[in-house]
Design a binder for this molecule. Sequence first.
Ligand SMILES: O=P(O)(O)OC[C@H]1O[C@H](O)[C@H](O)[C@@H](O)[C@@H]1O
Length: 466
Amino acid sequence: MSIRFGTDGWRAIMAADFTFANVAIVAQGIADYLLETEKAQKGIVLGHDTRFLAEQFADQVQAVLTANGIPVYRLQGPTPTPVTAYAIRALNTAGAIMLTASHNPPQYNGIKFIPEYAGPASPEITAQLEEKIGKVIAGGVNHQLPKPELVHSVDIWDKYWEHIDTIIDFNQICRIKGKIVLDPMFGAAAGKVAAKLQSCGLEVIEINGYRDAFFGGGLPEPVASRLQTLTQTVVQAKAVVGLANDGDADRFGVIGSNGEYLAPNQILSIISQYLLENGQKEGGLVRTVATTHLLDEIAGRYERKATETPVGFKYLAQEMLRRPVVLAGEESGGLSIGGHIPEKDGILANLLILQIIGATGQKPEEAWQLLQEQYGYYAFRRLDLHIENDRKNQLMQKLRNEPPLVFGQRQVLQQSLLEGVKLYLDDGSWVLFRPSGTEPVLRIYIEARSEQAYYDLIAAGEAAVK
Ligand SMILES: O=P(O)(O)OC[C@H]1O[C@H](O)[C@H](O)[C@@H](O)[C@@H]1O
């Protein structure tokens, strides 16, 4: 058996590969890594989401860590990944282990290791963990007895809110007149954000706000197709906005007051413009290769730079650690801002949207309209295509070696190979082909600068795989 610490930790189907025995192996691998770094004595934060047997799997990790002499700060109750990550800072530990399969279907579970800097593990750390885990598979786990005296039970929420209060202006949020609908998708943010907003008298409707390990019969991913109940509730209640989070609340999803789904590319742009307009003095924007170039235009308007990274918050996190950043974001629904930890935080993203509504009176769809008036037409589309590996590889190789001169009736000005193959077109539109790191699909990302280009590029993308 091999355990791969993929794009963002280890994910596997429960009872098949995600078993108590394998969880112990992974925990031992992480323990061995920590013991080698000599930081193990600072202890490890341990958090979990709302999945099936979450507490019991966390008990298993706790038993292995303490058997190895590593103190454990065990978070009480289901906890979002960003809150677990923040606990590293608050408690000054050597890192955190988070049990979650994020937005994946209910039968999955997973383990993320979050290092001391409170963001996703870098590829180097991941490689070291995989090596240690490989050794444990060969040599077995440490069978010392667990040491319950090394376990500290922690309620971290007050500390998290105290910190959020320093980067979010709740006075603005509390001015909102009208209803706010929250959809934590049965996940780890359930009840918590609602209570925080209600504490200043806001009218909050929370749907799917209880633990359901089956996530209402779907997967807890805050994309348009999974947010139909939220959309209906927003429209029926005549609410100002609908805000969703995925199962571990590191991603966000926004529904406008008109029931329109606003894609993360739109939300990242709205928030960037707001932060830059309102005095974020230092730093640029950071986006992945698959994320909207509108961020570059917005950065440029304020004489800042936008930096491009490969896909994955782990790369954005490294940029945040390197220099001041106003906002780091990715099209899959990840965002963090300067002053926060270098981990994506869907709660923070939703609060920023609320702050903008409170401060400017603009609902997200209105803010987006204004951006279009200012910067021109931008439309995005992602095609996720299930094609066999052979064909996928063939297509990628062909694009790499013989990039087309014309795509979607537009001239290809430049090809970039930072990740996958990206084609820059002569009207400012672009298209990126890249195999997913988490699903067996080829993703084609399209950003079009006119409606005509939008349809031409979708047609060309579909034709390319045929
Ligand atoms: O490789 P993909 O399937 O496109 O997924 C890419 C995504 O994977 C994980 O969810 C990471 O946490 C994200 O930061 C990243 O954007």
